[in-house]
Design a protein around this ligand. Structure first.
Ligand code: IPD
Ligand code: CA
Ligand code: CA
Length: 265
């Protein structure tokens, strides 16, 4: 394992300890609202602090973009951190959430860790080195027919600007696929595409920390990731499609007619 990935894994495990401990008594959680349906707990902040402490100890000059504390530093290396992806699930004791950490070098995703504390599943990837679940090499599925595909998504819940386009795409995909799932932690949804558990995924309005690690996992597992045009602009647009190459192309085809008006790729 690359030394930088080893540090990222250590940081993710530290955050995982904070999260697991807190999950034992969720009645004690202090929850605040950032905006409508957007929650944060002290666990998000403590987990993020643990990650940043570990990264700073080892890489004091690297830049950081973290969900709770924002952006700091100037460097060709940038860590992109979601300390607890799936906070709404976490608050409810719904066991689908994860720690997500990625490193970008000169804007290119190079290392990724997603850690699911509930299942003790550690997803890792390094550019050009493949994607792994614990020790096992990952490949995206090879299911090519959309009507056999299981597709993940995230429902709009904070901004409803594109709800009509979203629901039109949802309506079509719900009829054309074997099923849709909304597990509630985008990083894990993407990791599941890398692992072949989902054949594809789409969501609008995500932040870079929701997507960065999962996107590298998918490409290292032989899948494709893009914005709503299939272009590499998803980290800045916030709109992402991922999948095995065949399903990826078919999801883009379903989305294409809805890309008029306000919904941009
Ligand atoms: C959220 C989860 C969710 C997705 C949201 C994200 P958070 O992250 O990934 O699945 O639908 O858009 O914001 O807020 O729990 O870190
Ligand atoms: Ca998130
Ligand atoms: Ca989060």
């Amino acid at each position: 394992m690359h030394p930088m990935l080893i540090i990222a894994v250590k940081a993710a495990r530290r955050a995982g300890q904070v999260i697991s401990r807190a999950s034992l008594d969720i009645s004690q959680l202090k929850v605040s609202t950032k905006q409508q349906s957007d929650y944060v707990t002290e666990v998000d902040k403590l987990a993020e602090g643990a990650i940043i402490e570990m990264l700073r100890e080892n890489y004091p000059n690297h830049a950081i973009l973290a969900e709770e504390s924002g952006s700091s530093g100037q460097s060709e290396f940038q860590w992109i951190i979601d300390p607890l992806d799936g906070t709404t699930n976490f608050i409810h004791g719904f066991p689908q959430y994860a720690v997500s950490i990625a490193l970008a070098h000169k804007g290119v995703l190079t290392h990724a860790v997603i850690y699911d504390t509930n299942r003790n599943e550690l997803f890792t990837a390094s550019k050009g080195e493949g994607a792994f679940l614990n020790e096992k090499r990952l490949r995206v599925s090879n299911r090519g027919k959309l009507d056999e595909a299981l597709i993940g998504t995230g429902f709009p819940y904070r901004s409803f600007d594109h709800i009509d386009a979203y629901l039109a795409i949802f309506r079509e995909l719900t009829q054309k696929t074997a099923g849709l799932r909304r597990p509630g932690a985008a990083s894990l949804d993407l990791a599941y595409v890398a692992a072949g558990r989902l054949d594809g995924f789409w969501e609008f309005g995500l932040s870079p920390w929701d997507m960065a690690a999962g996107a590298l996992l998918i490409s290292e597992a032989g899948g494709l990731v893009g914005d709503l045009n299939g272009e590499p602009n998803y980290l800045s647009s916030g709109n992402i499609v991922g999948g095995n190459p065949k399903v990826f192309a078919q999801i883009l085809q379903v989305i294409a007619p809805h890309l008029s008006g306000t919904l941009k790729p």
